[in-house]
Design a protein around this ligand. Structure first.
Ligand code: NAD
Ligand code: UDP
Length: 318
């Protein structure tokens, strides 16, 4: 065994981000244990890894305790798209909160380093732009997004309490909108929706006036940020924003995707969902200075990769 080989647990490893992380860790020569209950993830996402003797897949719900032996834990288990996390909101809060308690308990027993995939949603509908880690957020605690936003906020609280109380080595990343191959085609997120609609020649559904902004990070860039944060000195606990600071309106995104796919799709306006943030963009000064990290893949290049993934996927299902 290589001296640097670690045993790494990835919860939610069969999901979009998790599967890319598993690939990256296997590529770096680690042993990876991927744990998932397949609520939104699936085995196809990690099919290419299944033959690798250093990769192991386990069906398990993080709401229940887990007894395994690992050196590092990446806790990603949680549905991430509004459609999925609002499908069973009680389960979403349980996954974030009980899941965090169980994984922190595991880390405490093993004295393992643990990473939390938190989210820009902890800032809610922000009144400060761009958002720095010091901003405390503007979250509606009783709205339809609260199961996710408040669940993730509570998970952050737990991570910092375990750090202060039990001296656990923690890493908390606040992830902003990320896209790329293996996004779920029906998860309702804007990039996957627009690409699938464009490829099928269906109407592109812009919610509201399309002036709301997001900042879209390509998955490979984000995973690089995860790995750097995990490898950072132990005093680097986060929270640390990881995202692409190039702000794009939803309408601009729609036009860019129509252009790149050569689609004849028309725009269709739909009502803006409740509590939909108007503007979101990360301030990544901290990630730049502490991790030497910033995204490298331009939106257009990332979209091309993602379009070709969905084109193939839709072709297989035709
Ligand atoms: P995803 O839905 O593709 O992946 C989540 C994975 O967790 C899925 O494989 C799902 O089956 C699994 N899961 C859900 N509940 C579980 C449970 N109780 N036990 C075990 N497994 C469970 O979403 P993603 O985009 O890959 O997100 C991964 C993580 O990153 C999530 O924690 C999400 O909150 C966070 N995040 C993602 C984004 C983004 O833009 N993709 C932005 C902010 C935060
Ligand atoms: N959105 C849209 N059309 C869609 C899906 C989403 O206009 O078909 C909008 C949505 O209202 C939001 C933005 O795109 O303003 C990003 O939505 P997503 O669900 O991808 O992420 P989040 O709101 O969680 O950042």
């Amino acid at each position: 065994m290589a001296a640097t080989r670690k045993r790494v647990l990835v919860t939610g490893g069969a999901g979009f981000l998790g599967s890319h992380l598993c690939e990256r860790l296997i590529g770096a020569g680690h042993d990876v244990l991927c744990v998932d209950n397949y609520f939104t993830g699936n085995k196809d996402n990690v099919a290419a890894l299944m033959a690798n003797p250093h990769f192991e897949l386990m069906r398990h719900d993080v709401c229940f305790p887990l007894y395994v032996e690992v050196d590092e834990i990446y806790n990603l288990a949680c549905p991430a798209s509004p459609i999925h996390y609002q499908h069973d909101p009680v389960q979403t809060t349980k996954t974030s909160v009980s899941g965090a308690i169980n994984m922190l308990g595991l880390a405490k027993r093993l004295r393992a380093k643990i990473f939390q995939s938190s989210t820009s949603e902890v800032y809610g509908d922000p009144s400060v732009h761009p958002q720095t880690e010091a901003y405390r957020g503007n979250v509606n605690p009783i709205g339809p997004r609260a199961c996710y936003d408040e669940g993730k906020r509570c998970a952050e609280t737990l991570f910092f309490d375990y750090h202060r109380q039990h001296k656990l080595r923690i890493r908390v990343a606040r992830i902003f909108n990320t896209f790329g191959p293996r996004m779920h085609p029906n998860d309702g997120r804007v990039v996957s929706n627009f690409i699938v609609q464009a490829l099928k020649g269906e109407s592109i559904t812009i919610y509201g006036d399309g002036h709301q902004t997001r900042a879209f990070c390509y998955v490979d860039d984000l995973i690089e940020g995860f790995v750097r944060l995990m490898a950072a000195d132990d005093d680097v606990t986060g929270p640390i924003n990881l995202g692409n600071p190039v702000e794009t309106t939803v309408a601009e995104l729609a036009h860019k995707i129509i252009e790149l796919t050569g689609s004849r799709s028309k725009i269709e306006r739909r009502p803006l969902p409740v509590d939909d943030p108007v503007q979101r963009c990360p301030d990544i000064s901290k990630a730049k200075s502490v991790l030497g990290w910033e995204p490298k893949v331009p939106l257009e290049a990332g979209l091309k990769q993602t379009i070709s993934y969905f084109d193939k996927l839709l072709g297989e299902n035709r």
